[in-house]
Design a protein around this ligand. Structure first.
Ligand code: HEC
Ligand code: HEC
Length: 419
């Protein structure tokens, strides 16, 4: 039977045209923002709405004490705790810049061998520093004071400043300060193996004075940790997008992220395999990985976590120490620490990707100056050096741009105690 022109036209308008346009329309809008149940599960796991309440810190009984947090914030910004009266924690971790300094290597009294870490969601960490050589935020805080290239200070001088300037605030929280004679607190004393004069001054102090100084020092750290604990991220554009998707509000979702950003998100959770390490609402598994970042030629070799393991086990302020408030049973992470140094040679802690676009340069020694360089690194790593967890990375230029666009959606305000 011959078809009439009318039949052809009807066929075209009611069957062919809808079929032809259906695909393009989907690709344009709704399809891009349509996620499977499993994908929505992944998006939710990354969203800030999945951030659990702050984990308890049994090693620090002042962790959730508001007055301790206020005092800790003051210590954090007080540059009298430094050899040249110019360096405070905030020098390298300024609150108005995501608590980081945008330098490849941090600069205090001198220059460090590593890059300043962001403090976003710091209380969710199990291990601290790029190599995890500390197991609590308060014991971490005691490191920079005595580092010659950071505060260039000593714990005896910290104790003296507490006595001279913070007596009332300190005693209101931690109880009476011991009474020291001037001779009891030699300014230079600290247990620094590579600083013989300071070491000798420390060793020759009576054990009860050393213990009393250590207690003041530990309490300072506990107040600072109570402050740092309050630094948490607020929702970013990515989080608003996930909320809209979960609520099946596609109309809003489309307005929150551009199509390139959503395509980048699809790559992040799919083909690019970033989720192997950058998981959960802080985009980190908190673990250590050697991803073959080249060490800058002018810096000493850095074994990262492989050296951090022995350091945290030997740390005089760790969970099992007399200065920790935790019972031994709460120190499982330290007692059952993975001591496989071969596995952790050259491994560094997976950093959070929240606010990542705001804090170039990147990696443990600031090896890359832009996000583009980071992605080029992941892309160009030769197969021989590519850890199996990194997967293949055959993204084209367009996809590289999309992935980078997605990373930029993770920026949002930070909330902390003084707000
Ligand atoms: C000279 C700059 C500088 C100063 C001053 C400084 N930091 Fe840092 N901070 C760094 C660097 C660099 C790292 C990484 C060091 C490493 O891994 O060896 C770091 C790491 C940290 C971390 C670890 C974060 C994590 O995710 O593991 C915390 C917490 C921290 N600093 C808090 C402080 C506190 C508290 C003070 C003051 C007592 C302070 N910092 C002083 C540069 C500095
Ligand atoms: C095998 C685990 C692993 C995988 C998979 C992985 N990363 Fe990383 N990422 C790390 C570690 C570890 C570092 C820090 C390395 C260092 O400093 O030596 C890092 C650093 C970064 C940084 C720099 C952040 C900063 O503050 O310095 C960015 C950006 C980043 N990764 C993005 C990605 C993206 C995007 C993907 C997916 C293509 C990805 N990562 C896949 C482990 C991983």
């Amino acid at each position: 039977m011959k078809r009439t022109v009318r039949q052809y036209l009807l066929h075209f308008f009611f069957i062919l045209l809808p079929v032809m346009t259906y695909g393009t329309e989907r690709a344009w809008s709704s399809d891009l923002h349509t996620w499977t149940v499993e994908e929505i599960g992944v998006l939710r796991s990354l969203s800030i709405d999945s951030l659990p309440p702050l984990p308890k810190d049994p090693t620090n009984k002042y962790a959730d004490n508001k007055k301790a947090a206020i005092l800790g914030n003051i210590f954090f910004t007080d540059s009298r705790f430094s050899g040249n009266l110019k360096v405070s924690c905030a020098t390298c971790h300024p609150a108005n810049r995501n608590f980081a300094d945008n330098l490849p290597l941090a600069h205090g009294m001198g220059t460090t061998n590593r890059r300043t870490m962001p403090l976003i969601g710091v209380a969710y960490n199990t291990w601290f520093f790029w190599d995890g050589r500390k197991d609590s935020a308060w014991s971490q805080a005691l490191g920079p004071f005595e580092s010659p290239v950071e505060h260039g200070f000593t714990r005896t001088r910290c104790a003296q400043i507490i006595i001279d300037h913070y007596k009332d605030d300190y005693e209101a929280l931690f109880g009476p300060l011991p009474v020291f004679s001037k001779r009891d607190l030699p300014a230079l004393a600290k247990p620094a193996i590579d600083e013989p004069v300071s070491l000798k001054a420390w060793i020759t102090m009576p054990p009860d004075v050393k213990d009393a100084v250590n207690r003041i020092y530990a309490n300072m750290g506990k107040a600072i940790a109570a402050f740092m604990r309050t630094i948490i991220p607020a929702p970013s554009r990515f989080d608003h997008y996930v909320r809209a998707i979960v609520e099946k509000d596609q109309k809003s979702a489309i307005k929150i992220l551009s199509s390139d950003e959503v395509k980048g998100l699809r790559l992040f959770i799919g083909k690019a395999q970033c989720l192997n390490c950058h998981t959960g609402p802080l985009f980190t598994n908190g673990d250590f990985h050697n991803i073959s970042i080249p060490q800058p030629a002018d810096l000493p070799a850095d074994q990262g976590r492989a050296d951090g393991i022995a350091k945290v086990l030997a740390d005089e302020f760790n969970c099992l120490s007399v200065y920790s408030d935790a019972p031994r049973s709460d120190c499982g992470e330290l007692r059952f620490i993975d001591t496989d140094t071969d596995k952790y040679a050259g491994a560094f802690k997976t950093p959070t990707l929240r606010n990542v676009a705001e804090r170039a340069p990147y990696m443990h020694a600031g090896q890359f100056s832009t996000l583009h360089e980071v992605l080029e690194f992941y892309k160009n790593l030769p197969p021989g050096q590519r850890s199996p967890e990194l997967g293949h990375f055959d993204l084209n230029d367009r996809e590289m741009h999309q992935l980078e666009s997605f990373l930029r959606t993770l920026s949002g305000p930070l909330i902390f105690a003084s707000d």
